[in-house]
Design a protein around this ligand. Structure first.
Ligand SMILES: *Cc1c(COP(=O)(O)O)cnc(C)c1O
Length: 369
């Protein structure tokens, strides 16, 4: 197998053709010309068919190790997956500490469709999966950064007859490949580190079960939540630097996690790559690299506001995985976190500059010393 940098640069590209670009530009089309006699020639209409989207799907598929269908956002991919798999009377296990909008969807939509939800913390303990149709895992979980042992949980779920899907948003396929660890499907937001430029919304489902992926494809065609060609092209273009971006983000996270851990007034510092983090043993065994996100607690909302106001490099913004370091107080979104809980997403700035800026802004938030 070639290295991650090589794979990122070449994923999904067509074979070299003299006179053609490395990555063909976006194809903008609603209908395509048909053969007047025989009809379809591969591209009929933009909702099911788009070559730019197919190239992006080939690229993500190479990294995840499966067939990929992209969606207009991570939520479109996850809700589309849940609705195409779950039926009235089914039970689904969802992470109690995962992306909050998935729990909201279960409360506001799945319940009315007769689907029962069981919430399970990512770090466990895991219940018996007997009688469950689907187990959705999210590791590392956003925003608390607990991890779960995918091989163990997948084996237990399969033994009980349940299917497993893993939200791979935080790790990205260069951080871990859940399909190779036993998952039946991957769901993810490509809005975050996968594309990493804070300018695109994207989601995808990946899997190797032909019938399942046919069902997902059919779902997408009938419900219509497809990414547009320009977004698909931007995403594919951005993926070429995935290895480089993740490497710098992870190095920045390592340095920042140490700074925060040594700083009086900062509590509950979490980063799965720190040796004394509760997630470290499983993350180190399972993941190929550690994510660029650190979470911590400044005690209250006022201190978080002072921290963000004082910082020159940490943008006050939600989302994560982008080139620019950013942070947000999760409780403002109704996420079930403490009032001073911060999720900090490390960008690709120089580590020394970030450390200096964070030291200054923590002084402003907490008082020097
Ligand atoms: C952001 C996110 C989503 C939703 O993705 P969108 O692209 O914003 O719709 C789902 N899961 C996780 C873990 C996320 O961080």
């Amino acid at each position: 197998m070639t290295g991650d940098g090589t794979r990122s640069v070449h994923a999904g590209l067509p074979a070299a053709q003299p006179g053609e670009p490395f990555l063909p530009g976006p194809v903008f089309a609603a209908p395509y010309h048909l053969d007047p006699r025989t009809g379809a020639v591969g591209n009929e209409y933009g909702r099911p068919d788009n070559p730019t989207r197919r190239s992006l799907e080939a690229a993500i598929g190479e990294l995840e190790g499966g067939t990929v269908r992209t969606f207009a956002s991570g939520q479109a991919a996850i809700t589309g997956f849940l609705l195409s798999v779950l039926r009235p009377g089914d039970t689904v296990a969802l992470p109690s500490d995962g992306y909050f909008a998935v729990r909201a969807f279960a409360d506001e939509t799945l319940r009315d469709l007769g689907v029962k939800t069981v919430l399970v913390p990512t770090a466990g303990p895991y219940p018996s999966f007997a009688g469950m149709r689907l187990v959705l895992l999210e590791t590392p979980a956003n925003p608390g950064l607990d991890v779960c042992d995918l091989r163990t949980v997948c084996a237990a779920a399969h033994a009980d007859g349940a299917m497993v899907a893993v939200d791979n948003t935080t790790a990205t396929p260069l951080g871990q490949t859940p399909l190779a660890l036993g998952a039946d499907a991957v769901v993810a937001s490509g809005t975050k580190a996968l594309t990493g430029h804070s300018d695109v919304l994207l989601g995808y489902v990946a899997g190797n079960d032909r019938a399942l992926m046919d069902r997902i494809t059919r779902w997408r065609t009938l419900t219509g939540a497809t990414p547009g060609p320009f977004d698909a092209w931007l995403a594919h273009r951005s993926m070429a630097t995935l290895d480089l971006r993740l490497a710098r983000q992870s190095a920045n996270a390592a340095a920042i996690a140490e700074l925060l851990a040594d700083r009086p007034g900062v509590t509950s510092v979490r980063w799965p790559g720190r040796r004394d983090d509760p997630s470290y043993p499983v993350a180190a065994a399972q993941m190929r690299r550690f994510p660029g996100i650190v979470s911590f607690d400044l005690g209250d909302a006022e201190r978080v506001a002072r921290f963000l106001e004082a910082s020159a490099l940490v943008y006050a913004a939600t989302s994560f995985g982008g080139l620019h370091t950013s942070a947000d107080r999760r409780a403002q979104w109704g996420d079930d976190t403490a009032p001073g809980f911060v999720r900090l997403s490390c960008g690709i700035e120089d580590p020394a500059d970030l450390l200096a800026d964070l030291t200054r802004s923590l002084d402003a938030a907490l008082g020097a010393g």
